[in-house]
Design a protein around this ligand. Structure first.
Ligand SMILES: *Cc1c(COP(=O)(O)O)cnc(C)c1O
Length: 361
């Protein structure tokens, strides 16, 4: 295994971000569920969430939660609706699951009985983003009554929603008030208060920053906003100046430096992925090749080069081409070029076996 490409994970900066966001949420009585799927659940990083004291650690992938069982004080929560085929692992590994199917709820109850556990569930209401969740009020009320009165090894812990994932629907104050309204309807039917109203993910954080979160929303499930606060700033104009942007830094090694034409020479047909790109002729350019490619990060447009005066030209599976004609330093073979990551590239990079992961603290 070579030293590069190397992903530096700064645990101290991560700790700072979790702490400062948790303080902000605490002030508004919001439980912060730390979502670790954005960095493939690296245990070293996941443990920082627990150290800071977030009440819940969450992922869509059970294999990322499993190593934490018995190691953390936080409750473990699966945030993807369980597959029927993983129900026994859901009960075994997690304390809380998000749900939207009666059949799955019944299976969870049965399995919890078998494992002699009470399992917490949050029922999901789809408010229009069109991914997971009960669609009609009647359906979620019926499911709530079932959990409350019939499924004795399940506890109805909360009502939740997800926004801004498929349908790009904004988590406005009005949308989140809809969630409170339906929860209060359910409370009337079951005759008690429900502990949690889980009002979404990073895309709901602007309500916290703006101070206009409906008061009863008391849980958010946050991944990106902690690990890449820049996105909160760039997308939602939140003031994240108190957070650290560079929790993750990608370092790659230069394997070729040559001056070549900017337009391919020969008959143009398709690239390595079968696309027919167009090329602009801007004359001869000095370029550096670095040893990583689309296999590692998938989305070249979401890769952010940290090399003054340079820009990314293109990539294939295992190579990335960088124009260094106007670079501020003299770049040679063996030199290191750094990148900043976005959510899209981070999920791939952290999943890649070709990356040397280095934690600093
Ligand atoms: C991924 C996910 C989250 C976290 O999303 P971020 O945008 O990273 O904060 C929260 N809830 C659910 C259901 C998710 O799938």
């Amino acid at each position: 295994m070579s030293e590069y490409p190397k992903l530096i994970i700064d645990l101290n900066k991560l700790r700072h971000n979790i702490k400062s966001l948790k303080e902000l949420c605490d002030k508004q009585n919001i439980a912060l569920a730390g979502v670790i799927k954005g960095f493939t659940g690296y245990k070293e990083a996941a443990l920082i969430y627990d150290e800071v004291g977030v009440p819940i650690i969450a992922s869509a992938r059970l294999e990322q939660l499993k190593p934490l069982v018995g190691l953390v004080k936080a409750k473990l929560m699966t945030i993807r609706i369980p597959m029927l085929s993983e129900v026994s692992d859901v009960i075994n590994i997690t304390d809380i699951s998000l749900n939207s199917e009666i059949e799955v709820l019944k299976a969870l109850d049965k399995e919890a009985k078998k494992q002699n556990k009470i399992h917490d569930v949050i029922l999901m209401k789809d408010l229009g983003d069109l991914r997971e969740g009960f669609w009609s009020d009647d359906e979620i009320i019926e499911a709530s009554l079932l959990v409350e009165n019939k499924l004795s090894n399940l506890h109805l812990l909360g009502i939740g929603t997800n926004l801004g994932c498929y349908g790009s629907v904004v988590a406005t104050k009005e949308k989140l008030e809809e969630l409170v309204t339906i929860t209060e309807k359910i409370e009337q039917k079951i005759g008690r208060k429900i502990e949690y109203i889980s009002g979404g993910a990073t895309s709901s954080l602007p309500r916290v920053f703006n101070g206009d979160m409906p008061p009863r929303i008391n849980m958010l499930r946050v991944g990106e906003g902690i690990i890449l606060p820049k996105s909160l700033h760039d997308t939602w104009e939140c003031d994240t100046s108190f957070m650290k942007d560079d929790v993750f830094t990608l370092k790659t090694e230069v394997i070729e430096v040559k001056t070549k034409p900017s337009h391919p020479v020969g008959e143009i047909y398709v690239d390595a992925f079968g696309n027919k790109p167009t090329y602009k002729d801007i004359g001869n350019r000095k370029r550096a090749l670095v040893a990583l490619g689309k296999v590692d990060y998938a989305f070249i447009d979401s890769l952010i080069l940290k090399e003054e005066g340079s820009f990314i030209v293109g990539a294939s599976s295992d190579h990335t081409i960088i124009d260094i004609t106007d670079a501020k330093r003299d770049i040679e073979v063996g030199d290191i070029i750094e990148f900043e990551l976005s959510y899209a590239t981070l999920v791939y990079i952290t999943n890649s076996n070709n990356i040397n992961k280095v934690f600093i603290d």
